[in-house]
Write a protein that binds this ligand. Structure first.
Ligand code: NAD
Length: 462
């Protein structure tokens, strides 16, 4: 019996069924909080905030460490919920990663800055709490992304009302349960509801800051919805990351990294490699190396830890993946491997798919697939590849691959994205700021910049 699941799941007649992504069996029942319950949670969070701020940085950091230890201690139980609800084999791994990020935020120091001190006058810039922060999250890394929001917000003395994705609420409610064991009352409240509750949270007059990770379409709605409260925004939105593989790249040396940059978490990663531009001289070799890996990658329910690929998390995303591959096929692109559901594994499994000889105007290139499909696109001139890679309104991540890191970096500097990796793609680090450009959002998470994003500035002059 999973005691965390028991603690957060409500009786069937009071909740919404949450299905196992792989088997489509009921995992548990998520509470359906109302907009009135949301309003009560926000009022309580506002009342609790001054006391939480008064505890000071050292005590808040200490408590966050205690919580991180508890998250690690619960890794198997929490990981099991993630695995069932989200589908990934690495549920416990996501949990340990969340604890790691929480400790990093607890240990990051943001000092006031002395702006002027010339004997006659002194000016200092201080970072002070904002108030109540709203956190709205997605379903691909439900627990880790919740911690990305919570850790800096709480560290800086804010209280938080958190709304998980309606697709993966149970793991986030369980995470909040662990936090609440150690926090003063009402410092963190998780509200489980649908888009309507998310919209009411974003628009509520007592919300001072919204940190949102999700699609660009929802990000736009949140910007509009927060016109009234003028909440500050951190928007981590969709991505359609391009990678450019330069001529002379050693295909064997990079094939594994390219494959997993695209297919980690079954492609359901904001900064996954989603469009691969390969020089014509090595195009055929890259396509066959990726197809070979796609055919060998173990796929199945995450409850079997040997599996590296799982189901698509929900039917709507499965439909997107199916539509994009069908469109590519109709346009005459070559489906090198995959291109069909793996129905023998369960209703939402889709075979890892490599699409070759595909043009830029195909939907699988122009739209974010967020699933186990990678279009591989041929180019002849590097300048042309850069232009095509940049010709999207998304700008989350990008990468450049080649034998000479300096030459690759020169190309990386010309790519339009919040992070550009060289000979790697998608890696994030708690000390290194992460955020998008263009329609992939604005604001930074992680490190000192992440703490600043959860604070108001106050200048003191004398
Ligand atoms: P989504 O936008 O459909 O939903 C995200 C959250 O927003 C959910 O909790 C949902 O209930 C809530 N929501 C929906 N409508 C709302 C509204 N009008 N007001 C307030 N909240 C509302 O996204 P998703 O399908 O859960 O996640 C997938 C997307 O997230 C992909 O585009 C992916 O690229 C992106 N993503 C980005 C990052 C990043 O760091 N940039 C990380 C992970 C995922």
């Amino acid at each position: 019996m999973n005691s965390l699941l028991t603690a957060v799941s409500v009786p069937e007649d009071r909740g919404r069924p949450i299905l196992d992504a792989a088997t489509r069996e009921v995992v548990g029942y998520a509470p359906v909080h109302t907009v009135d319950e949301l309003a009560a949670a926000i009022s309580a969070a506002a009342a609790a905030q001054p006391g939480w701020a008064d505890l000071g940085h050292a005590e808040r950091s200490r408590l966050l460490h205690v919580i991180a230890d508890d998250i690690d201690a619960c890794a198997e139980e929490l990981g099991e919920i993630i695995t069932h609800e989200q589908g990934k084999a690495g549920g416990a791994g996501e949990t340990h990663a969340a604890a790691h990020w929480l400790r990093a935020a607890a240990d990051t120091v943001l000092q006031p800055q002395v702006l002027q001190d010339d004997g006659a006058s002194r000016a200092e810039l201080h970072y002070v709490p904002l108030g109540v922060v709203a956190s709205i999250g997605p379903w691909n890394f439900p627990v880790m992304i919740a911690v990305w929001h919570l850790a800096p917000a709480l560290r800086m003395g804010n209280t938080v009302v958190l709304k998980p994705s309606e697709n993966t609420p149970l793991s986030v409610l369980a995470l909040a349960e662990i936090f609440r064991r150690h926090l003063p009352a009402d410092v963190l409240t998780a509200i489980s509801g649908d888009r309507e509750v998310g919209a009411a949270l974003a628009a509520h007059p007592r919300i001072a800051k919204i940190v949102f990770t999700g699609s660009t379409a929802t990000g736009r709605r949140i910007v509009a919805g927060s016109a009234g409260n003028l909440a500050r925004l951190t928007l981590e939105l969709g991505g359609n990351d391009a990678a450019i593989v330069l001529p002379d790249t050693d295909v064997d040396a990079v094939a594994d990294k390219l494959f997993w940059a695209a297919f980690m978490n079954t492609g359901q990663v904001c900064a996954a490699l989603k469009r691969l531009y390969v020089h014509e001289s090595i195009y055929a070799d890259v396509v066959s190396a990726l197809a070979e890996r796609a055919e060998k990658a173990p796929m199945g329910p995450g409850s079997d830890k040997a599996n590296r690929l799982g189901p698509v998390q929900n039917p709507a995303q499965f439909e997107i993946v199916t539509r994009l591959v069908a469109d590519a096929r109709e346009r005459g692109a070559r489906i090198v491997t995959g291109g069909e559901p793996a129905t023998e594994l369960g209703p939402l499994f889709y075979r890892p798919t490599i699409v070759a000889d595909v043009e830029d105007d195909a939907a699988v290139v122009g739209e974010e697939q967020f699933g186990p499909v990678l279009p591989v696109i041929r180019y002849a001139e590097v300048d042309d590849a850069i232009r095509r890679a940049n010709s999207t309104d998304q700008g989350l991540g990008a990468s450049v691959w080649g034998p000479d890191p300096d030459k690759a970096e020169a190309v990386a500097r010309r790519m339009e994205a919040g992070t550009v990796w060289v000979n790697q793609h998608g890696g994030v680090d708690p000390a290194i700021p992460f955020g998008g450009t263009k329609s992939s959002g604005y604001g930074l998470e992680f490190g000192v910049e992440g703490l600043k994003a959860m604070a108001a500035t106050k200048v003191i002059r004398r």
